[in-house]
Design a protein around this ligand. Structure first.
Ligand code: HEM
Length: 465
């Protein structure tokens, strides 16, 4: 018998994904109803084999022409062009929370807002928020301490809401910021989702009689933030600077301070855009690492060598190259924002396909990131592919944060926060799945899990270097 050890590398992890249909689902009136039903259930559940090979696919849905664009250069061009705006109807669910903030504004108002927000998101400003992220990570591990199992989907939801409330207002989600946390959580879990009336409405202001829940919760949120702004104006705080301090200090192009209403709307924009997305990123990263114990052990070695509580600058995050690569590979496979929608204002042509005014254009990071012509082993979890990439933003087929002028303003914030929170968790616990049921991605606004699985937590006893 041959006693030579088998040193073949382990096969790569192919994490769960929804079934890919053999053929397109639409094509007839009945087929369109099926697509509408499937999309309402799961935005990433309707794709067919061809979608992962095709770079552009025209379609007509309920009489409305549309184009799915997966060619990375064409997708980036659309996201950069002034001819393509976010669909007006997409503003309906979030407007009572976000008002006319940067997330929903357009044209000159948006340009001015984006410029005045730039100082709030510089690397130096994000560096200044690190103590808030370290505190949120410590809060998470404290809550989990002593338990052998955890619902990490819920735990990350709480930790990211806590992190963003600390970063914005220096408020903790479970004590003095509890009301704010409750209002945002209730809004994002309920009224923020699309309703039938949103699909039926022709514009942002039609059929709003059905939006009572949005208006009521939105009004309570705005009143709570107004009170915070008034309190901060009356008594500026001298502690670690937060984003509210920076918004109060921001100046527009004419050198004037921002109006209270604008500050309030920007705070709503940050919460609406930033808390659930980052929570999803963390959930999928933890899931992938629980399925891949070898990768988890290598990431843990990095965080043991440089624990999260020692982080004081963005440079410190360089101590965790594999953790960072995991946080790029995760949204490649499970992008928190799985679909980016635009509507053509004027006529155009994309890769030889006519675009008429009003045409819906879908750019799906889910499709692009799993495209067979764009990635090697597209369905495999291989964080190392990002280790060789000093600037993953430069990878043309990688769009987890969008692209062009409306690219996510909080990408650096989200990555710093996620690295610190995940490092805090992995430093303290080994993660495995408590059951065998695969967790499938299910997308409505963000890409979440189809059920919230139980993770097994094994405490790690480790002497500090
Ligand atoms: C993993 C976490 C995140 C993901 C995947 C993500 C993804 C995205 C994407 C894809 C867009 C572009 C949407 C489009 O072009 O239609 C976007 C925009 C935006 N994001 Fe994020 N985001 C994340 C975290 C954050 C955080 C933490 C903040 C703030 C603290 C934030 C604030 C915003 C804002 C304000 C916009 C609108 C920018 C504009 O229209 O000019 N995001 N995000």
């Amino acid at each position: 018998m041959d006693l030579v050890e088998d040193v073949r590398p382990a096969p790569p992890l192919i994490p769960p994904a929804p079934k890919v249909h053999a053929r397109p689902l639409g094509g007839s009136a009945l087929g369109e109803l099926r697509v509408a039903w499937e999309m309402g259930r799961n935005l990433v559940g309707t794709y067919c084999e061809d979608d992962f090979d095709s770079l552009v696919t025209p379609y007509v849905f309920m009489g409305q022409p549309g184009l799915v664009v997966s060619d990375p250069a064409a997708a980036r061009q659309i996201l950069t062009s002034l001819n393509y705006l976010r669909p007006v109807k997409a503003r309906r669910p979030l407007r009572p929370l976000v008002g006319e903030g940067v997330l929903l504004s357009e044209g000159e108002t948006w340009r001015r807002q984006r410029k005045s927000l730039a100082p709030v998101f510089t690397p130096a400003a994000t560096g200044g928020l690190l103590p808030h992220f370290v505190a949120a990570g410590a809060g998470l591990t404290e809550t989990l301490d002593g338990g052998s199992h955890a619902n990490l989907a819920q735990a990350f939801h709480h930790a990211t809401l806590d992190a963003v409330l600390r970063a914005l207002f220096s408020r903790r989600a479970d004590t003095e910021g509890a009301l704010l946390a409750e209002l945002v959580r209730r809004y994002m879990e309920g009224p923020a989702h699309f309703k039938l009336f949103d699909f039926m409405a022709k514009g942002a202001d039609d059929l709003t009689f059905a939006d009572g829940d949005r208006r009521r919760l939105g009004a309570r949120w705005l009143a709570a933030v107004d009170a915070l702004i008034a309190e901060r104006r009356a008594q500026p705080h001298a502690d670690v600077l937060d984003m509210l301090d920076r918004l109060l200090a921001a100046r527009d192009e004419a050198g004037a301070p921002l109006a209270d209403q604008e500050i309030r709307d920007q705070c709503g924009s940050m919460l609406a855009a930033g808390f659930e997305t980052t929570s999803r990123l963390l959930f999928w990263a933890a899931y992938l690492l629980a399925l891949d114990p070898a990768a988890q052990a290598r990431v843990r070695a990095e965080v043991h060598a440089f624990p999260a509580e020692r982080v004081t600058s963005l440079d410190d995050l360089k101590a965790w190259p594999l953790l960072r690569a995991v946080l790029f590979e995760t949204p490649r496979l499970y992008p928190a924002a799985p679909m980016i929608a635009r509507q053509a204002q004027g006529a155009d042509a994309v890769l030889g396909h006519e675009v008429v005014p009003g045409c819906m254009v879908t750019i799906s990071p889910w499709l692009i990131h799993r495209h067979r012509k764009l990635w090697d082993a597209p369905t495999a979890f291989r964080p190392e592919r990002f280790l060789d990439q000093p600037h993953p933003w430069g990878v043309e087929a990688f769009l987890p944060f969008g692209a062009g002028p409306r690219v996510c303003i909080g990408a650096g914030f989200a990555l710093a926060e996620a690295q610190i929170i995940l490092a805090s968790l992995l430093d303290r616990f080994q993660l495995t799945m408590a059951g065998d049921r695969p967790v499938l991605p299910k997308a409505s606004i963000t890409l979440g899990p189809d059920h919230e699985p139980d993770f097994r937590l094994s405490p790690i006893v480790q002497a500090r270097p």
